[in-house]
Design a protein around this ligand. Structure first.
Ligand code: GRF
Length: 221
């Protein structure tokens, strides 16, 4: 039994929308051992396209609609119950558009990841691409990080950088960044599954080293 369970890395993915990052994780889940066993995709939005992607891949979809709960704490408690029933090693936020309570975040400390479409610590929150363009930034990107109670503020695992072009709109920039998200998110999940990530003094180590993770991917676009 324990041998069997070590052959996969059970995860749960939370989505609210399109789920293209979910798709990237679905597509790469069997690329190496341990396989990423997506036990379920949970959405707070009943008609999220990500649920269709899950269904197409034969992965159970679960809806926990936030509108059915009196407050954030009640919603988070229901979500936690669903997640814990699936015993995942890792919880993956992939375009999950709800702010989570501190209790929830602390419960999954060190085992919950998020992807954010900016080069954190720049531009936590919404409208990241418009903000990067308005600021005249030459570079934009995306960040995979461990989730802490500070929104978009947890220890950074990997970032992808892309150029901001003169004629970019938020949409064209978002599309360029999203392509990189689909590379870095599966990579970070794989590192986690392989037990290669640790957090030391608020910083992520890969194989025990503080490697220049930001540079790893910057030449791949
Ligand atoms: C991505 O841009 C991600 O960085 C952000 O939400 C978006 C989700 O896109 N957190 P998708 O649902 O994975 O296509």
């Amino acid at each position: 039994m324990s041998v069997l369970s070590e052959q996969t890395c059970p995860v749960v993915v939370l989505v609210s929308g399109s789920g293209s990052n979910l798709q990237a994780i679905i597509d790469s889940r069997f690329d190496a051992e341990p396989a990423i066993d997506i036990r379920a995709v949970i959405s707070n939005v009943p008609d999220a396209y990500g649920l269709q992607r899950a269904a197409r891949a034969g992965i159970p979809g679960i809806v926990v609609d936030h509108r059915g709960y009196a407050d954030r704490a009640a919603f988070d408690a229901a979500l936690m119950e669903q997640i814990d029933a699936l015993s995942p090693r890792l919880v993956i936020l992939a375009g999950f558009m709800r702010i989570l309570t501190e209790d929830f975040v602390n419960h999954y400390a060190g085992r919950m990841l998020n992807i954010h479409p900016s080069l954190l610590p720049r531009y936590p929150g919404l409208h990241t691409h418009a903000r990067a363009i308005e600021s005249g930034d030459r570079e934009a990107g995306a960040t995979v990080h461990f989730v802490t109670a500070e929104v978009d503020g947890g220890p950074i695992i990997i970032q992808a950088r892309v150029p901001v072009l003169a004629d970019d709109t938020p949409d064209t920039l978002a599309a360029r960044v999203l392509k990189q998200e689909h590379i870095i998110y599966p990579r970070a999940v794989r590192w986690f599954a392989d037990n290669r990530l640790t957090i030391d003094d608020g910083k992520v180590l890969l194989d025990g080293e503080r490697s220049p993770l930001q540079e790893l991917i910057s030449h791949e676009h």
